[in-house]
Write a protein that binds this ligand. Structure first.
Ligand code: SF4
Length: 467
């Protein structure tokens, strides 16, 4: 396990007259696999009923050719999950389906609500009996039991009550709907298919299914997509809050070939490396990344520092992201499965090692000592994010706050603990410059602890499980 924050989830919604929407949803989810590997699901609608198929594991493990053919329909939504609320088990896999007097509603969610206790109380008061431990099911019940003669009115009514991060894809027997929270915390984009429309967490999914990126789904926007067009409205009734796009999408979560708010993620990572080289220069023989997520930043660092770029660690690309195994012992074992050093490159060399983050600090010392065992003379660690001092409550599993190494240790202490010869973190202003958006439009709460809305600092992802 590389000691990283864990992704949120990936969602897609498809309205297509020609190509089977389940097949497009499958390939869309396939390209969003990096956002969650615990479970996957696709739900389709054909004008009369819904067909839902979910399972544990990777997208390619859950779906087979025969399933896609059976799912049929003209509309589809899909989800790939890493649990940020509720345990990793099949009942919590999404999309999940609830019933109402208007028919069934399927819903899948990327993000995390912060007013979940309030929503749960309201849902129970309205008579629903949730069967899963996810905040996503509460949202589905809240919509299904809200006042209104049609789905759009019910969604409008319910969505305005939610606080926190949410990108929702929803499906009824004859409509596919999409909503993004008013802060715009997680990314969500709208694309045009030759015979319909597609929405996905990241633009890389649109590229994969041959959809043309049209624009981001706006914060606070509710969309209905159909083969014949797009209906758009704002569901926020009061004043819109300030934007708060998650900085970690740029640092680590999103795929480098995705465009978020007009910024190519790969280019923002190169700029993080350039900023880091200016803030923390080092005398080294070459610059190398912890592959793969830090590769663009290491290239940027090397360019700005005028140092050679080399690769001294080879990554096994086929074991997946090792946090599939959630046990600490397995995580630590995972590092050796994942990386193999190249002694011929490393021997007697002074190395500037670029990585994207240090979370608990369990993996970094193992990588540093692996490099030393392979002959490295000096290891100077450069991190292209500020120290993570606070837990995320907005859809990212950063680990509990008291387990974050920077929550209770200074940078010199962390340097000693990871065994590096020097350690430099990118400053927050440097990160903001690299991302290229105004600081006021970004969430940086895991660095400074100022969340975009009131959060319950003690809640963890299994809180609903215990309730
Ligand atoms: S707290 Fe950190 S990980 Fe969570 S949304 Fe904000 S920037 Fe992203």
């Amino acid at each position: 396990m590389t000691d990283r924050p864990h992704e949120a989830c990936g969602v897609v919604a498809i309205a297509s007259r020609g190509v089977e929407p389940a097949r497009l949803a499958f390939f869309g989810l396939y390209s969003l696999q990096h956002r969650g590997q615990e479970s996957a699901g696709i739900c389709t609608a054909d004008g009369e009923s819904l067909r839902n198929l979910t399972g544990m594991g990777l997208v390619s493990q859950v779906f087979h050719e025969r399933d896609l053919a059976k799912l049929g329909g003209q509309l589809a939504i899909g989800h790939t999950r890493y649990s940020t609320t509720g345990a990793s088990r099949l009942e919590n896999a999404q999309p999940l389906v609830v019933t109402s007097d208007l028919g069934s509603l399927a819903l899948a969610h990327n993000g995390n609500l912060v007013n979940v206790d309030e929503i749960r109380e309201e849902v129970l008061r309205l008579g629903a009996r949730p069967r899963t431990t996810t905040d996503s099911e509460l949202v589905a019940h809240l919509i299904a039991r809200s006042p209104g003669q049609d789905w759009l009115s019910r969604m409008r009514h319910a969505l305005d009550k939610l606080s926190g991060a949410f990108c929702l894809v929803m499906l009824t027997r004859d409509g596919a709907y999409v909503a993004r929270d008013p802060w715009g915390i997680r990314p969500l984009v709208l694309g045009r298919l030759s015979d319909g429309w597609a929405v996905a967490s990241e633009s890389c999914a649109l590229d994969t299914i041959g959809a043309q990126l049209i624009r981001a789904v706006e914060p606070g926007e509710l969309l209905k997509i159909g083969a014949d067009g797009v209906h758009s409205e704002q569901f926020v009734q009061s004043t819109m809050p300030a934007r708060a796009a998650c900085s970690f999408e740029y640092i680590y979560f999103a795929r480098p070939d995705s465009l978020i708010d007009g910024q190519l993620v790969y280019a923002t990572r190169e700029r993080m490396g350039e900023e880091l080289a200016r803030e923390h220069p080092v005398s080294a023989d070459f610059v190398m990344p912890v592959p793969d997520s830090a590769t663009p930043a290491a290239i940027g660092y090397a360019r700005a520092a005028g140092l050679p770029y080399r690769e001294g660690l080879v990554k096994n690309r086929y074991i997946g992201r090792t946090f599939i195994q959630p046990q600490q012992q397995q995580r630590e074992f995972g590092v050796d499965l994942k990386f193999n050093p190249l002694p011929e490159v490393l021997r007697d060399q002074r190395i500037a090692l670029v990585d994207d983050s240090i979370v608990r600090g369990t993996t970094t010392p193992r990588i540093v000592s692996m490099l030393r065992r392979a002959g490295a003379a000096e290891v100077h660690l450069r991190i292209c994010a500020p120290p993570i001092r606070h837990a995320c409550h907005l859809g990212v599993d950063t680990a509990p706050e008291d387990t974050l190494i920077a929550n209770h240790h200074s940078v010199p202490e962390i340097r000693g603990m990871v065994g590096a010869d020097s350690l430099g973190y990118l400053s927050l202003p440097g990160l903001v410059r690299a991302i290229g958006l105004p600081e006021d439009d970004l969430c940086n709460a895991c660095f400074h602890g100022r969340y975009p809305m009131t959060v319950d600092a003690l809640r963890d992802k299994l809180a609903l499980e215990r309730a």
